[in-house]
Design a protein around this ligand. Structure first.
Ligand SMILES: [Zn+2]
Ligand SMILES: [Zn+2]
Length: 542
């Protein structure tokens, strides 16, 4: 068998979030990242890729290599590791977050191998080196993978800042060296492929934040992505210099502050921190509240402040809420609701919409993506992380830069890479697993919820004696038709099911249930064009 390198994305392509991909050579497979996506679809909290194909690799799967600590890259690790143990390689900040998450899920004995940018390790046939990239989290890395067909570079998520702030690292020299030796394939982050020019600088977002805090006459709430340690550090510095105490609202901001302090990424904060209760006793112009929940999430601190549901803190006229963040597409309505609720009470709201300088994205825009391609001069290019549109626009850039071997993949595509060819040769099954709380919901649960949410529910109660229908079934319909129609429809359904079951003999109660469901299903589609969830239950008598 002639070995070839295969790259198989399992999540994160033609969608946003859930990043996970496999790289395979011979009997060795590694996974790169293991992320979730957030959703409130039908009561689920998050969704992750279906890992069936990875599980099937069995012994061949050697490790999961994590690029950085964002949820769309590490969030699914506990769910994966519950079923299947492999070592996890992660940079320090991501490792601290992973460790915490594993403890929440009571997962012990996971082999976590920590290495910062610049570290090298070997897994099977792959020599792997991390390189530092600018991004909106500490310790973000890309991977230089030495493979039998040549060097493959995976950028992870990245931007390229012209004036980085302290702690941001971009290993340009190392990438130049890799380019000199030749890069067979570049896998590059496509998130910013729709944004012309270069992305805003983190340090400018810090300056803007400081100006708005300085201008705020009373309490100020800074709503930000808590995983952005640079912004968190900026908020603490600004609070200190403007004589404000800091109140942290929300698990996530507290967690990230603690992790960042432990890793010395932010200076000690104890002297400025106050509890929510203490914050209420301080003069209003001496308080900064840092709150999580920039996306209008149900139950988040910011949403609770907007709804006046916080036990101690109540914002009032003259206070200012600064969204040092962006709205992730799809979350517009809940975020607008939060903004409106603040504004209705005379609270000033500052957002990126009117003041673009208040937030800097963690993802490079087109010119940074172009710079990455120029820097590495890859033979072949595959855009990763993003919707099909993003991938396509990113591929355009590579073509403009003279790359001729380009493939746009989908989740499940098997890309075969040799020294002189690049082709999609196969596909593997992929899908989504929804999670509520900490528990995965099966496909069947989601199908049932979908049917109930869109069509309501019909329950048929059947009585059977000696295998035969004893009396007319009872039917309960909820959420199916308008109130006045409910009783007549229930009655008609009962009559119809009775007519279909009458005279038949059922060897098992399940057979009667199936027949009743099928009769009701056909009746409802044919007469009412309705497709509710239908359940049937046979009472005990046999
Ligand atoms: Zn990221
Ligand atoms: Zn990401």
């Amino acid at each position: 068998m002639t070995d070839s390198l295969r790259f198989i994305p399992l999540g994160g392509l033609c969608e946003v979030g859930m990043n996970c991909a496999a790289l395979a050579w011979g009997d060795a497979t590694i996974a790169i990242d293991c992320g979730v996506g957030f959703t409130d679809e039908l009561g689920a909290d998050m969704v992750h890729p279906n890992f069936g194909w990875l599980y099937e690799q069995g012994e061949r799967l050697r490790a999961i290599v994590v690029t950085h600590g964002h949820e769309d890259h590490i969030g699914a690790l506990p769910y994966f590791l519950k079923r299947f143990r492999v070592p996890v390689y992660a940079p320090p900040y991501a490792a601290a977050l992973i460790q915490d998450r594993l403890a929440e899920h009571r997962l012990e004995d996971v082999e976590l191998r920590v290495g910062a940018a610049g570290s090298r390790f070997k897994i099977g046939p792959f020599g792997i080196e991390r390189f530092g990239v600018h991004h909106s989290i500490a310790d973000a890395t890309g991977l230089i993978l030495d493979t039998p067909v040549g060097t493959v570079v995976h950028t992870g998520d990245f931007k390229i800042e012209s004036e980085p702030c302290a702690g941001q690292r971009f290993d340009r020299k190392r990438l130049e060296e890799a380019a000199r030796d030749g890069v067979r394939l570049l896998l590059s982050d496509s998130t910013g492929a729709d944004v012309e020019g270069t992305s805003d600088l983190e340090r400018n977002a810090e300056t803007a934040l400081e100006q708005w805090v300085a201008r705020s006459p009373h309490r100020v709430v800074v709503a930000t992505f808590s995983s952005n340690v640079f912004r968190l550090r900026a908020a603490f510095r600004i609070a200190r210099e403007h004589g404000r105490k800091v109140c942290l609202l929300g698990m996530s901001v507290r967690k990230h502050t603690e992790t960042a302090s432990d890793l010395d990424l932010i200076p000690p904060v104890e002297s400025v921190l106050v509890s929510a209760e203490e914050a209420t006793t301080l003069p209003r112009d001496q308080v900064m509240i840092i709150a999580g929940g920039t996306q209008g999430e149900r139950g988040s601190s910011l949403t609770r402040l907007a709804h006046e549901e916080h036990s101690y803190l109540h914002l009032s006229e003259g206070d200012t809420v600064i969204f040092s963040s962006r709205i992730i597409p799809g979350n517009e309505l809940p975020v607008l609701d939060v903004i409106n609720r603040f504004e209705e009470r005379g609270i000033e709201v500052i957002t990126r919409h009117e003041h673009p300088e208040i937030h800097a994205s963690g993802h490079g825009s087109r010119e940074e993506q172009r710079a990455m391609i120029r820097l590495l001069q890859p033979q072949a290019f595959v855009p990763v992380h993003g919707t099909h549109h993003h991938l396509r626009r990113h591929a355009e850039l590579a073509r403009e830069e003279g790359v001729t071997e380009i493939e746009i993949l989908q989740n499940g595509s098997v890309l075969e890479v040799t020294r002189d060819s690049l082709a999609v040769v196969d596909s593997v099954p992929v899908g989504r697993v929804y999670v509520e709380g900490m528990e995965p919901l099966g496909d069947r649960v989601m199908e049932d919820r979908r049917a109930m949410a869109s069509g309501g529910i019909v329950t048929i109660l059947i009585s059977i004696k000696d295998g035969k229908l004893r009396s007319s079934p009872r039917v309960l319909a909820r959420g199916v038709v308008g109130n006045e129609l409910r009783s007549p429809v229930e009655q008609k359904l009962a009559d119809h099911v009775r007519s279909k079951l009458k005279g038949r003999r059922f060897t098992q109660p399940e057979k009667a249930e199936e027949a009743a469901i099928e009769a009701a299903r056909r009746f409802l589609i044919h007469n009412h064009r309705k497709r509710p969830l239908i359940t049937a239950v046979v009472d005990g008598g046999s």
